[in-house]
Each structure stands twice: as structure tokens, then as C-alpha cells.
Ligand binder design. Structure first.
Ligand code: CP
Ligand code: NVA
Length: 304
């Protein structure tokens, strides 16, 4: 358990299988019974993009653990007026016990972690969303018990959520087929990193343009918005390109009978997922949202 103390969580790729297990174990224990494991600890929460789940689950989470959260945005910080990331990191390290940051550039989070002397938790960048993937796998474990050799069918954009899911799949021996339109596959570097991990875990990673291939015999069907935060100008174009990339009743029929349907939320109902599927009996999206709280409490308890 001590292994994770004072570490950052920038990407799931930095975690060992043992670390991942420790997070799941702690999350299960805190979900069963809350414990004030971080009395008096202070967590800074920097948000340069909007958030419902991440903000509220981290704020409630640190409070549950006995600490406090301080919500900060670019507009509130001197960083918005040009103070350097380095000086900000060094200053905040003198007041806080950890920082969760959601921002655009992944490099900014890497830099913040390099300059700060306290744990940095990535709450989403344009590249990755590690807390999401960890809590999603915790949810999958709750439903499916043994995750090894399960098939995830991911339908949609090769985005930050897809990147963290493919990395975590490749680390834990989960098979994942990602169906995206040509030119919207996952990032090549992330793919190569995942392929490397897959050699050890024997996980199968398949990229395709065919949503049916991803859905066929899937244990988990997963989707995310076609247009991520920061891509607003691409909205009209992406809506056209992604049209067939929707989890609907027809696609659901191709998956296993006991398939669970996941979405990190917020959802654009009628685009990447239909009302009937997200509200249907296979959907676990609100359990997923709830588990952000338990998993992130575990992450904070282990890191801070
Ligand atoms: N899934 C997720 O991170 O949601 P928010 O953008 O609401 O935080
Ligand atoms: N891919 C989405 C995830 C939101 C939680 C985005 O970046 O907007």
C-alpha cells in the first residue's frame, strides 16, 4: 500500500497490476464503509474545463475522508494573468497535500507534476482520463467479477477516455475492440504503448472502423461523446462523420446477453447512444458515475 504514497496519477500506464488491485481493494472497502483516512488533508482542485462528476465526486470524496477541497479555476489563479506553472506549483505545494487538475494540454499536467512536491492527480486532459478508466474497471469488476479475457467493445471517438481504457485493458488482460471512423482512431503512441503492455498480459487490442465488429459478443459496450470539450468548432463535421457510431438496440443485439452498457457521461442522447439503451436494463451508467466517488477516494487515500 505504501508504494503509492506521494506518487502522481498522470496515466494508468504508470501503475503496476498490484497498484491497480490496491486501488480496487481500497475502493471496495470505502464503498462498504467510509473511513476518515485523510484527516485535515487539503486537496486543490484546478478546473480549466467544466465538470459535473469529477468536481463533485472529488469534493465530496475529500470531505468524506476528513479533509477539505479547494476549488480553483484559471480565472481565480494568477496563472490566468501569466504567473508561471512552475511558480504556481511550488507555491501551492507549500499549502496543499495534493492537487487534482483538469485541463487541456496533457503536457501542462506532466509539468505541474514535475515542479510540484505533492501528488498530482489527472482529472482529464485532451489525452487521458485515468480516474475514469480506473473507476470504470472497478464497475466492470463489480458486475463481471473476473475481468481477465472479457471483451470491451468501444464505439466512437479515439479520445481521452478511449486512451485510458485501452491502456488499462492492456495492463489487466482485458480484450478491447475500438470501432472509430477512419482518422479518428486512438493516438498511435498510446496504441503502441498498449500493444507493448498487451504482450505481457495477453490482452487483444483491435482497431476497426466497423461498430458491429466491436459489438459482437462483447461483455461490455462503451461509448463517449463524439465531440469532446475543446472540440466545439468540429461539432458539425464530427456529427456527420460519426453518424453510424451509435450504441442502439440493433447494436446491442450483437453483444452477449448479459452485456453491460457504459458511458462516462455526460451523454449526448440520440447521438452516440439512444435513450432506450442508456435508460435500458443493460445500462450501468449511474453505477459508473457513483463509483467515481469510491474509486477516487481510494486514489486520494493511497496517494496523499
Ligand atoms: N465523466 C466525467 O468526467 O464527467 P464530468 O465531465 O462531469 O466530470
Ligand atoms: N471525451 C470527453 C469526456 C468527458 C468526461 C471530453 O473530453 O469532453
Amino acid at each position: 500500500m505504501k508504494k503509492l504514497k506521494n506518487k502522481d496519477l498522470i496515466t494508468v500506464a504508470d501503475l503496476s497490476c498490484q497498484d491497480i488491485e490496491s486501488i480496487f481493494k481500497m475502493a471496495a472497502s470505502l464503498k462498504k464503509k467510509n473511513q476518515k483516512l485523510l484527516p485535515g488533508k487539503k486537496l486543490g482542485l484546478i478546473f480549466n474545463k467544466p465538470s459535473t462528476r469529477t468536481r463533485v465526486s472529488f469534493e465530496v470524496g475529500i470531505y468524506d475522508l476528513g479533509g477539505i477541497g479547494i476549488y480553483l479555476t484559471r480565472q481565480d489563479l494568477q496563472i490566468g494573468r501569466g504567473e508561471s506553472l512552475k511558480d504556481t506549483a511550488l507555491t501551492l505545494s507549500r499549502y496543499l497535500d495534493g492537487i487534482m487538475i483538469r485541463t487541456y494540454s496533457h503536457e501542462d499536467v506532466v509539468d505541474l507534476a514535475r515542479f510540484a512536491n505533492i501528488p498530482i492527480i489527472n482529472g482529464l486532459t485532451d489525452l487521458l482520463h485515468p480516474c475514469q478508466a480506473l473507476s470504470d474497471f472497478f464497475t466492470i469488476k463489480e458486475y463481471k467479477k473476473n475481468i481477465k479475457n472479457l471483451k470491451i467493445g468501444y464505439i466512437g471517438d479515439g479520445n481521452n477516455v478511449a486512451h485510458s481504457l485501452v491502456l488499462l485493458s492492456s495492463l489487466t488482460g482485458v480484450n478491447i475492440t475500438l470501432a472509430s471512423p477512419r482518422n479518428y482512431f486512438i493516438d498511435n503512441k498510446i496504441r503502441d504503448q498498449a500493444m507493448e503492455f498487451a504482450k505481457k498480459s495477453s490482452s487483444q487490442i483491435i482497431l476497426t472502423t466497423d461498430p458491429k465488429e466491436a459489438a459482437r459478443k462483447a461483455d461490455v459496450l462503451y461509448t463517449d461523446v463524439w465531440v469532446s470539450m475543446g472540440q466545439e468548432s468540429e461539432k458539425a463535421n464530427k456529427r456527420k462523420i460519426f453518424k453510424g457510431y451509435q450504441i442502439n438496440e440493433d447494436l446491442l443485439k450483437l453483444a452477449k446477453d448479459d452485456v453491460i452498457v457504459m458511458h462516462c457521461l455526460p451523454a449526448h442522447r440520440g447521438e452516440e447512444i439512444t435513450d432506450s439503451v442508456i435508460d435500458g436494463s443493460h445500462s450501468v451508467v449511474f453505477d459508473q458515475a457513483e463509483n467515481r466517488l469510491h474509486t477516487q477516494k481510494a486514489i486520494m487515500a493511497l496517494l496523499l
